[in-house]
Design a protein around this ligand. Structure first.
Ligand SMILES: [Fe+2]
Length: 353
């Protein structure tokens, strides 16, 4: 496995680059915007293709690198389903698996620091964001923080992991890099409480100053969505209502870019083909399945995904490959559902290519 713990000295943020092999897919957890060039340089040096960028929660102390990484690499941006961010490409929920080639993270919903805080567990380690820090815990006094919920997330979820599980936090202000669950249970001063009420009182008495960047970072981080209007202005977008109107027409084929788990959870548009986003470029380039389908049948490709981000990037790739009639469903399946578009029920997705 390739594993890099990267540090932003201004906000004391740790970001994590993960991949299973040189030449393979990579993901990054909690990237910082000022370090995006460094991440991309490192990915090039290690011969990695960045395919997912994940934030553990909406950050208040730095601006996320999610949007910049998506714009520069067309990677999929991921946050938890509870996040108030305007648009990410994919939202995950407790119990979901977050996967790339050779890497499989279990999603744990661990609210308390914020109400959109998630942790991500691999076989031998857990990325705890700001829920559990080394000899500390994330503050709970803003962004819908809740000390009671955090106690439950830490004692009810994270401390139930095996003692030897490595703890990789979202920040450290003292220079520590890694701990273990057992070590934190024994040595973390915030966890030496006898009850949830004692923990709540301890957290309420911290009286910390607000982060310096908070007034800038929170609004910026809530607007990381891709500007889908640019795609619409080029005539490459259908609104959900327009897409409902063309459903079933013989000259249009709908292409679902989401992952299998998303299809099973949220349902699919009837009659659509499944071409997962990571295989899209291969499929739309010369000799690829979708390229051949569009050219031999003259059908218009109508891409869709969860919220319209992956499909907006897909339509750009298809247009670049010369498929000039291709378009996407603006706002994705969320907009389709809001418009009352028909769905195949969750759990029974349509056929795959
Ligand atoms: Fe935070």
């Amino acid at each position: 496995m390739i594993f890099r713990q990267l540090f932003d000295g201004v906000s004391s943020t740790y970001s994590y680059l993960l991949a299973s092999r040189r030449g393979g897919e990579a993901m990054i957890i909690d990237p910082v915007i000022e370090k995006v060039d460094r991440y991309l340089q490192l990915a090039r040096e290690l011969d990695l293709k960045l395919v997912k960028a994940i934030d553990t929660h909406l950050h208040a102390d730095h601006i996320t690198g999610l949007g910049a990484l998506r714009d520069r690499t067309q990677c999929v941006t991921v946050m938890g389903e509870r996040s108030r961010v305007d648009v990410v490409s994919m939202r995950v929920a407790d119990g979901d698996r977050l996967q790339i080639e050779g890497i499989d993270l279990e999603v744990l919903y661990t609210p308390g620091h914020t109400d959109d805080s998630y942790s991500f567990r691999m076989a031998d380690r857990v990325f705890t964001g700001d829920t559990l820090l080394i000899r500390g815990t994330g503050r709970t006094d803003f962004q819908n923080g809740d000390a009671r919920a955090q106690y439950e997330s830490i004692f009810g979820r994270l401390l139930r992991l095996p003692d030897e599980t490595l703890v990789y936090p979202g920040h450290d202000y003292k220079g520590d890099t890694v701990s273990t669950i057992g070590e934190e249970r024994r040595c973390n001063p915030r966890l030496q409480v006898k009850s949830v009420d004692e923990y709540v009182e301890l957290m309420h008495n911290l009286r910390l100053a607000n982060p310096k960047m908070m007034d800038v970072a929170v609004p910026a981080n809530m607007k990381v969505g891709l500007q889908q209007q640019d795609i619409a202005r080029r005539g490459w977008a259908l609104t959900a209502e327009q897409a409902v109107a063309v459903l079933g027409q013989p000259d249009v084929v709908l292409i679902d870019l989401r992952e299998r788990a998303e299809r099973e959870r949220h349902g699919t548009i009837p009659g659509s083909l499944h071409v997962p986003y990571p295989s899209l470029c291969e499929s739309t380039s010369a000799g690829g399945t979708l390229n051949a389908l569009a050219r031999t049948t003259g059908k218009r490709l109508l891409f869709y995904c969860a919220f319209g981000e992956r499909s907006a990037m897909a339509v750009q790739a298809a247009q670049d490959a010369g498929l000039s009639s291709s378009c996407h469903l603006q706002g994705g399946l969320a907009a389709w559902k809001a418009a009352g578009g028909p769905l195949e029920p969750p759990g029974r997705p349509a056929g795959s290519t």
